[in-house]
Design a binder for this molecule. Structure first.
Ligand code: WT7
Length: 656
C-alpha cells in the first residue's frame, strides 16, 4: 500500500506550537508523565480519581473495577447516575443560556439551542416516550438525519434508561430491518425525509419497508419527526408525529437513576463474519472516556466552538456530538448537509461563519476536498481555528500537510485519534499542548491506556516490528459485550492466546517506532475501511450471492486515493461469464443491488467476472491473490496450494 510505505518513511516532526502549549489543559510533559506514572503504579486509584472528578454521581461508587469474570469487566458498578443529567442538568445552574447546539441546515439556515432549551426538549420528549410505555432497558432504534432532534432522541432515551441503537440514515431497509430485529426494538424514531446536498431522501418509507420484512412485532411505535413535510404513509395504530406527542408533555422529567453498568446504547458495526454485531456500551465508563478525551485530546475550553463532522450513525457522532461535548458544556455545530454542497467550500464557510475553534473530520473528507479545491480554504477566514482533528482511518502525510498548512495555517496542532466503535473514546492520540506530531502517526496512548504491539502469541514485538495492536488492561469506556452474543464477544476481542484472554484485541495491525509512536497499518481481519466506514467483505459477499444470477463472490479492498480503500468484487455467475454490453449492464445491476441490500456506502467500485475464484484444495478462497490481482500487480506469491491456477490468468485479463 503506498500509504503505508510513505508513512514508514515519514521523518518530519512538528513540535507543539508555543502559544497553544501555554494555554493547554495539559501544558507540560511532566504533568503528562505524572498521569501515566499514576496509571502505571495505581491503576484503580487513577481511574477512581477520574471518575469522581468528571462524573456527577447520584450514588457514589465504592468499587472501581470488578474483574471477577474476565473479559466481562465492570467499572464503578455500585454507583448510580444518569447520563442525560450529566450532559444537561449539570449546566443549568452555571450556564443555562449558553448555546449548546448551533444547527446549520443543508440550505444554510441556522438554529441555536441553549442548554436550557435543549434540557426542556429532552425532558419533554422523554415524557412522550414514557407515555408510549417505553421504559428502562427497552431498545429504541433511531434512524434520523443530522438535526437537534436526533440528539434530543438519544438524550431522552438516556434520561429514561432506554437503550438506543442508532442506525446510520444511509443504510438500506434490509440493514435497518436486521438491526431492528436483532435489537428487539419497541420503537423506531425517524423523520419523514432527510435533506443532504440539495436532495431529499426518504427515511420513513425505508422504515416502513424494514418493518414490512417481518419478525419485527416488537415494534409498537414509530415516531416521525417532520423535516420536509413530504407525503408519507401513516399506519394509524403504530405511527405518531413527534410534534404531536410532545404537545401536552411537561418540560420537566425526573431522570431515571441507573447503575453505572446499565447499557447506554448498542451500535452495530461490521466484523469479519456476515452479520453486523451490536457493540454494547455502559453508562458511566463510556461517559468518562468521552469526557476525559474532550479535555485531554480536544483541549476543551469553555470559549470553544466545537465541530465534529461525523454523523450520529457512527460512534464518532455518539461520543463527540451527542455525549462528550454536552457533558463538558461546549457549544457545538451540527450540520445537516454534505461537505460539497452547494460547493466544495462548505466546510470552510461554516468554520468562518460560526467561528469554529476545534474541527474534527475524516481523512477521506480532507482528501476529497483537496481534490476539489486545493486552494479553496485560502478564500475563507479560518483564523478562529485553534485545533484540528482526524479520525476513522490512517491519514496519509500528504493530506496531513495540506490540512496543517491550508486549513490550520501552520499554527493548529492536528490530533490524529485512533479508536474504534468498541473502545468508545480515544485510545491513542496526541495531547496537543505537549506531544510533537509526526504526520501519519496517532502518536502516544492516552494516560491509563496500555496499548502495545504483540505477535500472534501475545508477546511484545521488538521496536519497529509490526504486529497486532492490543490494549493490555481493561479501561472504562470499552465495549461490554456484543448484544445477545457474549461468546462472539469473547472470541473476537479476548482470544485466549492474547495475555490469557485478558488483552483487548483491536483487529488492527500497527507499528511502534523508537519514540513509542504508534503507526496504524490497517485491519488484520476481512474488514474494509472505505471512506472511514467499516465494512465486512463477507457482508458484501453475502449481499452479492443473494442476487439470483450470482453463484459465488469474493470481495477485497484496493488502495484508493480518496476513499482510502475501494471495493473490488470478483463474481462467478450461475450462467457463463457475461461479455461486452451485457457485462456492463450486469455490473450496474449488481452495484445497485448491493446498495439496496446494505446501503450505497457498500457499492463495489469494480466488479470482475470469472469462471471461478482462486481456491486452495480445501476450497478456501485465496483473497491474498485477489488483492494482488485487484491492484493490477504481478502475482509473486506462492500459488502451489492453488487448486485451479489457470483462473489467475483469466481474472488478470478481467482486471485489464
Ligand atoms: C477502525 C475503527 C474511531 C471512530 C470511527 C471509526 C480505523 C480509526 C484511525 C486512525 C488509523 C484508524 C481502524 C479502526 N481507524 N481511527 N486515527 N488512524 N486508523 O470507528 O468504524 O469502529 O472503525 O477505523 O482500522 O480499527 P470504527
Amino acid at each position: 500500500m503506498p500509504i503505508i510505505e510513505s508513512v514508514l518513511n515519514e521523518t518530519r516532526v512538528f513540535p507543539p506550537n508555543k502559544e497553544f502549549s501555554e494555554h493547554a489543559n495539559i501544558s507540560n510533559i511532566a504533568e503528562y508523565r505524572a498521569l501515566c506514572m499514576q496509571a502505571q503504579e495505581d491503576y484503580l486509584g487513577f481511574w477512581e480519581k477520574q471518575a469522581r472528578e468528571h462524573i456527577l454521581w447520584h450514588k457514589p461508587f465504592t468499587r472501581v473495577l470488578d474483574e471477577a469474570n474476565p473479559p466481562f469487566f465492570k467499572w464503578f458498578d455500585d454507583g448510580e447516575l444518569n447520563i442525560s443529567f450529566n450532559c444537561l442538568d449539570r449546566h443549568l445552574t452555571t450556564q443555562p443560556d449558553k448555546t449548546a447546539i448551533i444547527f446549520e441546515s443543508d440550505d444554510g439556515q441556522v438554529i441555536h439551542s441553549t442548554y436550557r432549551d435543549l434540557h426542556q426538549r429532552v425532558c419533554q420528549f422523554a415524557n412522550a416516550l414514557k407515555s408510549l410505555n417505553i421504559c428502562k432497558g427497552n431498545r429504541v432504534v433511531i434512524y434520523m438525519p443530522m438535526c437537534i432532534e436526533a440528539v434530543v432522541a438519544m438524550q431522552a432515551c438516556a434520561r429514561i434508561g432506554a437503550i438506543h441503537s442508532v442506525v446510520f440514515g444511509g443504510f438500506s431497509a434490509k440493514s435497518l430491518h436486521e438491526r431492528i430485529k436483532d435489537a428487539g426494538a419497541v420503537a423506531v424514531i425517524t423523520a419523514d425525509e432527510q435533506v443532504r446536498g440539495g436532495r431529499n431522501n426518504p427515511l420513513k418509507a425505508t422504515v416502513d419497508e424494514a418493518i414490512a420484512r417481518g419478525g419485527t412485532e416488537s415494534v409498537k411505535s414509530v415516531i416521525i419527526y417532520k423535516r420536509t413535510g413530504a407525503n408519507i404513509s401513516i399506519e394509524a395504530t403504530r405511527d405518531v408525529w413527534w410534534h404531536e406527542i410532545i404537545q401536552n408533555e411537561n418540560t420537566v422529567c425526573e431522570p431515571e437513576w441507573v447503575n453505572a453498568e446499565h447499557t447506554l446504547f448498542t451500535l452495530y458495526t461490521s466484523g469479519s463474519t456476515g452479520k453486523p454485531k451490536g457493540v454494547q456500551h455502559s453508562s458511566a465508563g463510556y461517559l468518562l472516556g468521552t469526557i476525559i478525551s474532550m479535555h485531554w485530546v480536544f483541549d476543551y475550553k469553555s470559549t470553544d466552538i466545537f465541530w465534529c463532522t461525523a454523523d450520529i450513525g457512527w460512534v464518532t457522532g455518539h461520543s463527540y456530538v451527542t455525549y462528550g461535548p454536552l457533558a463538558v458544556g461546549a457549544t457545538q455545530i451540527i450540520f445537516e448537509g454534505t461537505p460539497t454542497y452547494p460547493d466544495a467550500g462548505r466546510f470552510w464557510e461554516i468554520i468562518q461563519k460560526h467561528k469554529v475553534t476545534t474541527f474534527y473530520t475524516a481523512p477521506t473528507a480532507i482528501r476529497s476536498l483537496i481534490k476539489l479545491g486545493p486552494d479553496l480554504p485560502e478564500k475563507y477566514d479560518l483564523s478562529s481555528l485553534r485545533l484540528l482533528g482526524s479520525v476513522g482511518e490512517p491519514i496519509n502525510p500528504e493530506a496531513w500537510i495540506w490540512y496543517y498548512n491550508k486549513v490550520g495555517r501552520a499554527h493548529c496542532p492536528i490530533v490524529d485519534t485512533w479508536w474504534q466503535t468498541e473502545t468508545g473514546s480515544h485510545m491513542i492520540a496526541p495531547l496537543p499542548g505537549i506531544v510533537p506530531l509526526k504526520p501519519g502517526s496517532c502518536t502516544l496512548p492516552l494516560p491509563g491506556i496500555f496499548a502495545a504491539i504483540v505477535d500472534e502469541t501475545g508477546h511484545d514485538v521488538e521496536t519497529g516490528e509490526g504486529g497486532f495492536l492490543v490494549i493490555k488492561r481493561p479501561f472504562p469506556s470499552q465495549v461490554r459485550t456484543l448484544w445477545g452474543n457474549p461468546e462472539r464477544f469473547k472470541e473476537t476481542y479476548f482470544p485466549i492466546e492474547m495475555g490469557h484472554g485478558r488483552y483487548y484485541l483491536s483487529g488492527d495491525s500497527a507499528n511502534c517506532d523508537q519514540d513509542g509512536y504508534f503507526w496504524i497499518m490497517g485491519r488484520i481481519d476481512d474488514v474494509l475501511n472505505v471512506s472511514g466506514h467499516r465494512l465486512g467483505t463477507m457482508e458484501i459477499e453475502s449481499a452479492l450471492v443473494a442476487h439470483p444470477l450470482v453463484a459465488e463472490a469474493a470481495v477485497v479492498g484496493k488502495p484508493h486515493e480518496i476513499k482510502g480503500e475501494s471495493i473490488i468484487a470478483f463474481v462467478v455467475m450461475k450462467d457463463q461469464c457475461p461479455q461486452g454490453t451485457a457485462a456492463i449492464q450486469i455490473v450496474n445491476e449488481l452495484r445497485n443491488w448491493v446498495a439496496k441490500e446494505i446501503g450505497p456506502i457498500a457499492k463495489p467500485d469494480e466488479v470482475r467476472f470469472g469462471d471461478n475464484l482462486p481456491k486452495t484444495r480445501s476450497g478456501k478462497i485465496m483473497r491474498r491473490l485477489l488483492r494482488t490481482l485487484a491492484k493490477g500487480e504481478e502475482i509473486t506469491q506462492d500459488t502451489s496450494t492453488l487448486e485451479n491456477p489457470a483462473i489467475l490468468d483469466q481474472l488478470q485479463q478481467a482486471i485489464k
